[in-house]
Design a protein around this ligand. Structure first.
Ligand SMILES: [Zn+2]
Length: 121
């Protein structure tokens, strides 16, 4: 095994889904309890509910590109900040895809399950 200099891309995070691409944001559950990235919320110990990773939200240096310095980075966000961030991104990037990789946890409020008509004779 040759002694390699430090490589920029480590292969440690193998269980992660593919990184977000152009006009994509991926959403994952926090792997451990984490505080919201918002400085104010961090002071108030608001827990994050999601970890979002930004893809390339636009073409670099174009005026419609948003958050260029955050592309490829992940942030833990509380519910409120998540809604703010994704709402803003959606408004600015109409083609945005938000890829939520969290397991669906709203099985109890499934509207199709309560709407069944009885099929008797
Ligand atoms: Zn927050």
């Amino acid at each position: 095994m040759p002694d390699q200099p430090r490589t920029p891309g480590q292969r440690a995070a193998s269980r992660r889904p593919r990184p977000p691409g152009y006009d994509e944001i991926t959403v994952a559950a926090p792997p451990a309890p984490a505080l919201c990235s918002n400085a104010e919320h961090r002071r108030l110990y608001v827990l994050a509910e999601a970890v979002i990773t930004f893809g390339e939200l636009g073409v670099a240096w174009q005026k419609d590109a948003i958050w260029m310095h955050n592309w490829g980075k992940s942030f833990s966000l509380c519910r409120e900040c998540f809604a703010t961030v994704t709402g803003f991104a959606r408004a600015r990037r109409p083609g945005l895809k938000i890829i939520d990789t969290r397991a669906p946890s709203t099985a109890s409020s499934n509207p199709t399950a309560t709407n069944r008509e009885p099929t008797g004779h």
